[in-house]
Design a protein around this ligand. Structure first.
Ligand code: C2E
Ligand code: MG
Ligand code: MG
Length: 586
């Protein structure tokens, strides 16, 4: 701004002069500004142009000419829209015109532009209104290199350096995409999730370099199994790989792929002077994409891989919803088991042991059941194993023992003429992890049950090779007058000579012997001969013999002939509640 001259007494003329003066000085200064601006504009590294509101190029700098490979005349002759290749793209052209007409402040987009020499260019275009004026400032930046660099960085971030395969991050991205069904796809996804068997040993013994080389070789074999474009092979980390089938046609396709992977890995690997053999365990999951999630699929694949390993490795296993259900309830059960004992969710059923010759009721076996609040009544095979694993069997076993003895004493008092033995199953851990002898002594004292009316059932494997604590416990219990029975005899070592040295009173022949008898039309004399010899030997050693799983009269008759003492099974009664036993006694 010019400095206004004048002051008091300044006339109109001079005022006008002042104004003119001031105006011209403003223009001069604007001209200077424009000149400076022009100079900067001309020499700037950034490619720029000034556009008129109709889109014609008023002025363009050298950098823009260089970038687009056009002479300054060509630049000003053509409209900006055609220079930037916008004419063919209605959407981009619309946005461009919106800025020109003032409907929109700014436009920024990335486009492929064809240069004057025909070469392609990836450019970021910015169009905005020049400050205060009607003209618009266009700037164009070559982002090809930047984008290439970005892509290289992304590639590095998304790939595993050892095998050059897509890594976990990229795999999850693709899997997530695959879960979104779109037209033209089968709508199904297949996954082969594999883990090398014994890879750790290679790594540990031959070192990481050999390990890495082996992984890279495995990756190449996996790629050879994959259909280019159709399957994605990725390394998830360590020795875990995954093959994704995007447009799966069914479980057959996924299991065939798994099979081909196993075959491909069968040939040994020659790596860094070593000949190495590896196998893989593969979890196969195949399902509808709709309703699937990447994490859900991977959880299923993980579980299935675990099954493949547990089933013996070097194989593929297909996801099985039922097996999974079982696993889930197993988890759910194991979580609630401990409190269940405290909450008293268990009940006992009793199954009669009947004298084979007279048909008299001699005793009952106590069989525990879990009245689960969600799953209903559960048989012991659902939870005894879990209870043994987590140790809650000790508490549960103590409760079973106390409740059985209380009930047996009640029967003894109510029906003194027909004393019943109660037979209680004891888990190995109860012998090892608790003071079974002290527990039994205390319970017998509390309930008043005579020790001879209590029988403890242990499995062969529990007492086999017993020395130290278990052996002492058996002797102490025997001395107390409690009977010891070997449960499921015949399924383990069946070492009668060994049993005879233990303080054992009874054998319970496993149900499989009786089932081996078959029917009258197809008798199996071999089985009968074995059982007969067993019974004879047991009797000579002073043991009584109970046969389990007696399901019909014919079996009962043959067992009686062979010389078994008592029988237990559905032929006599299923396991029943205590009241039902009371009714039998009455
Ligand atoms: P176990 O001691 O051999 O018990 C006999 C099993 O055979 C019982 O199954 C019984 O219901 C079943 N059974 C009885 N008669 C027949 C028959 O004629 N045919 C067939 N097919 N089966 C018959 P349950 O009650 O399911 O018990 C399974 C196992 O659970 C028991 O086998 C025992 O090892 C264990 N168990 C049960 N209660 C307890 C317990 O309180 N503590 C411990 N540690 N284990 C228990
Ligand atoms: Mg038993
Ligand atoms: Mg048994």
């Amino acid at each position: 701004m010019g400095v206004p001259a004048g002051g008091p007494g300044v006339g109109a003329e001079s005022t006008a002069q002042v104004i003119t003066h001031s105006h011209s000085s403003a223009r001069r200064s604007a001209d200077t500004e424009l000149r400076d601006y022009r100079a900067a504009f001309a020499i700037a590294q950034s490619a720029m142009a000034l556009l008129a509101p109709d889109g014609t190029v008023l002025d363009a700098n050298r950098a823009l000419g260089t970038l687009l490979g056009l002479s300054p005349e060509r630049l000003t002759a053509e409209g900006a829209a055609s220079l930037l290749g916008l004419t063919g793209d209605a959407h981009a052209r619309g946005a461009f015109h919106d800025v020109l007409s003032g409907r929109r402040d700014r436009l920024r987009c990335t486009r492929r532009i064809t240069r004057g020499d025909g070469a392609a260019l990836r450019a970021e275009i910015t169009l905005s209104r020049a400050a205060g004026g009607a003209a618009l400032l266009l700037s164009v930046e070559d982002v090809g290199e930047r984008d290439t660099l970005r892509e290289q960085l992304r590639h590095l971030r998304m790939h595993d350096p050892v095998t050059r395969l897509p890594n976990r991050a990229l795999f999850f991205e693709r899997l997530t995409d695959a879960c979104v069904t779109t037209d033209g796809r089968t709508g199904r996804i297949g996954l082969c999730y594999l883990d090398l068997d014994g890879f750790k040993a290679v790594n540990d013994t031959l070192g990481h370099r050999v390990g890495d080389a082996l992984l890279a070789a495995v990756a190449r074999r996996l790629l050879s199994c994959a259909e280019p474009g159709g399957h994605l092979v990725a390394r998830l980390g360590g020795d875990e790989f995954v093959l994704l089938v995007r447009d799966s046609t069914g479980t057959g396709q996924a299991t065939e792929l798994a099979e081909s992977v196993l075959t491909a890995l069968q040939r040994p690997f020659d790596v860094a002077g070593h000949r190495l053999a590896v196998s893989a365990s593969i979890g196969v999951v195949e399902r509808e994409a709709a309703g699937s999630s990447a994490t859900g699929l991977m959880q299923a694949a993980d579980t299935t891989l675990y099954w493949a390993k547990a089933d013996g490795k070097a194989r593929w296993t297909l996801f099985d919803p039922e097996r999974n259900e079982h696993r889930m309830t197993r988890q759910a059960l194991s979580r609630t088991l401990r409190q269940a004992v405290e909450r008293g969710e268990f009940v006992l059923d009793y199954q009669p042991l009947v004298a084979l010759d007279s048909g008299e009721l001699r005793g009952v076996e106590a069989l525990v059941r879990w009245e689960h609040p969600h799953f209903g009544r559960l048989a012991p095979n659902r939870f005894i194993g879990l209870a043994e694993e987590d140790g809650s069997i000790v508490q549960l076993g103590r409760w079973v023992l106390a409740e059985s003895c209380r009930q047996a004493r009640a029967w003894q008092q109510a029906y003194p003429a027909a004393p019943l033995t109660v037979s209680v199953n004891v888990a190995v851990r109860q012998v090892w992890d608790s003071d079974l002898v002290a527990d039994v002594a205390a319970i017998l004292a509390q309930t008043g049950l005579p020790p001879r009316l209590l029988q403890l059932e242990l499995t062969e494997s529990a007492v086999m090779g017993s020395a130290g604590r278990p052996l002492q416990a058996l002797h102490a219990l025997h001395e107390m007058g409690v009977r010891i029975a070997i449960d499921d005899f015949g399924t383990g070592y069946s070492n009668l000579a060994y049993m005879s040295r233990l303080p054992v009173s009874a054998l319970k022949l496993d149900g499989s012997f009786v089932q081996g008898f078959r029917s009258a039309e197809h008798p199996n004399p071999a089985d009968e001969t074995i059982v007969e010899a067993l019974v004879e030997l047991a009797h000579r050693l002073g043991l009584t013999v109970t046969a389990e799983c007696v399901e019909n009269a014919e079996q009962a008759e043959r067992l009686r002939r062979i010389g078994c003492d008592t029988g237990q099974g559905w032929h006599y009664s299923r396991p029943v509640g205590a009241e039902a036993i009371s009714r039998l006694l009455a």
